[in-house]
Design a binder for this molecule. Structure first.
Ligand code: HPA
Length: 250
């Protein structure tokens, strides 16, 4: 069964026909909220809002270990992470959707591995390709069938937040090779790999990154909502298509 982790702009999944909600206890503490379980287009799926049902959990305070453990424990066989991001690369315009293929991790102080509990075996996961190739392919194919344009490559820079970046930080990320910037992509992707759960991301460009284009003089996060609303309805359509495909449960 596919699990969808929703971020800003996707706090509920309106096309999920909810059958029940599960509060899961984990060895890592509380997940962001109850897992919402149901069907999308007649196929089973589950949803977890990363920032909590009331959107009150900041990116650095999300209990990524508990979230991933809970979804895995509940039968998730793959994870689609949805998150809004800032666009660094010049061609990435607000409202566009990107399926990133690489990650740079600038986060700190987050519990970033299941190996932190003493006694757990050390697990040196291969992370050369951080997103699952097959799941990315399915996302791209679903979008193509629907005629929804996607950017199919991009290096995602994960920042600590919750503040937005300085213009100089964005310049540094770009020199490092980053194309887009968000606050929640790590350690989520690495934890999914530790659990051997295929994981891919759908990122919506909410704004130009700090110091770039329309964000040259600042970013007003509240005004991004209308950009996200339009793009997230396309993301929902992609998810519905993908979940409804044969073998989508992986
Ligand atoms: N930076 C980091 N995270 C974000 C941004 C940004 O500009 N926009 C949306 N999430």
């Amino acid at each position: 069964m596919l699990a969808i982790i929703g971020g800003s702009g996707l706090t509920t999944l309106s096309n999920l026909d909810v059958s029940h909600r599960e509060i899961v206890r984990t060895p890592y503490g509380e997940p962001s909220g109850a897992i919402v379980i149901g069907q999308i287009g007649g196929q089973p799926a589950m949803f977890l809002p990363r920032h909590g049902h009331g959107h009150t959990i900041a990116p650095h305070l999300v209990n990524y270990c508990a979230n991933l453990w809970a979804l895995h424990h509940h039968g998730a066989t793959g994870i689609i992470s949805v998150a809004s991001v800032g666009g660094i690369r010049a061609d990435l315009q607000p409202g566009e959707i990107v399926v990133p293929d690489q990650i740079l991790d600038y986060t700190w102080g987050r519990q970033s591995t299941f190996c932190e509990i003493s006694g757990a075996p050390v697990n040196h996961i291969d992370f050369t390709e951080p997103y699952d190739r097959e799941l990315r392919r399915r996302i791209v194919a679903a979008a193509k069938t629907l005629g929804i344009p996607l950017k199919v490559d991009g290096v995602y820079a994960a920042t600590q937040g919750p503040r937005l970046e300085t213009a100089a930080e964005i310049n540094r990320f770009e020199r490092d090779g980053a194309d887009l910037v968000g606050m929640t992509g790590m350690p989520e992707a690495a934890l999914a790999r530790e659990l051997e759960l295929p994981y891919a991301a759908i990122n919506v460009i909410a704004n130009h990154a700090a110091g770039r284009a329309s964000s040259a003089n600042g970013i007003h996060f509240e005004s991004l909502e209308h950009v996200l609303r339009g793009a997230m309805s396309q993301v929902r359509a992609i998810i519905e298509k993908l979940v409804g495909e044969p073998g989508a449960g992986l």
